[in-house]
Design a protein around this ligand. Structure first.
Ligand code: FES
Length: 128
């Protein structure tokens, strides 16, 4: 198994930051319209810096692994830095080519972040 496949499996089996933060400064859930799976993100923010991350929800291995990887990167970032995380970056984290359906799985975590933390509703509209 190559590094990326192993990494996906590791993050799927040993999901980082898998819990709901309560209280949280951001608490938002989105779903993947193609499969109905859903992902919830809770964030704690202090002085514009993300100090803690919690994920919860259901999804496939790609979706869960993507959230786990993204969550690890969020802690310590300013909100402005996190806002500029790109789809391309998330796909680089995954590291394996994905079909169009699976790309939605991989990007669900970023969608929750963008819509929940920044109100970037365009992310939701792209799927219609
Ligand atoms: Fe539902 Fe991947 S199949 S998130």
């Amino acid at each position: 198994m190559d590094f990326y496949a192993e990494n996906i499996l590791d993050h799927f089996k040993n999901r980082r930051n898998w819990r709901v933060l309560d209280p949280a400064d951001v608490d938002h859930e989105e779903n993947n319209p193609l499969c109905g799976d859903h992902l919830r993100l809770t964030l704690r923010v202090k002085d514009d810096v993300i100090t803690d991350v919690g994920w919860a929800g259901d999804g496939c291995a790609i979706c869960m692994a993507s959230a786990s990887m993204l969550g690890e990167e969020l802690v310590g970032k300013t909100l402005e830095e996190a806002k500029h995380i790109t789809k391309e970056h998330v796909m680089e984290n995954i590291g394996v080519p994905l079909g169009a359906v699976r790309v939605k799985c991989a990007l669900l975590s970023l969608k929750v972040l963008k819509v929940g933390a920044y109100g970037l509703a365009g992310w939701r509209d792209e799927e219609k």
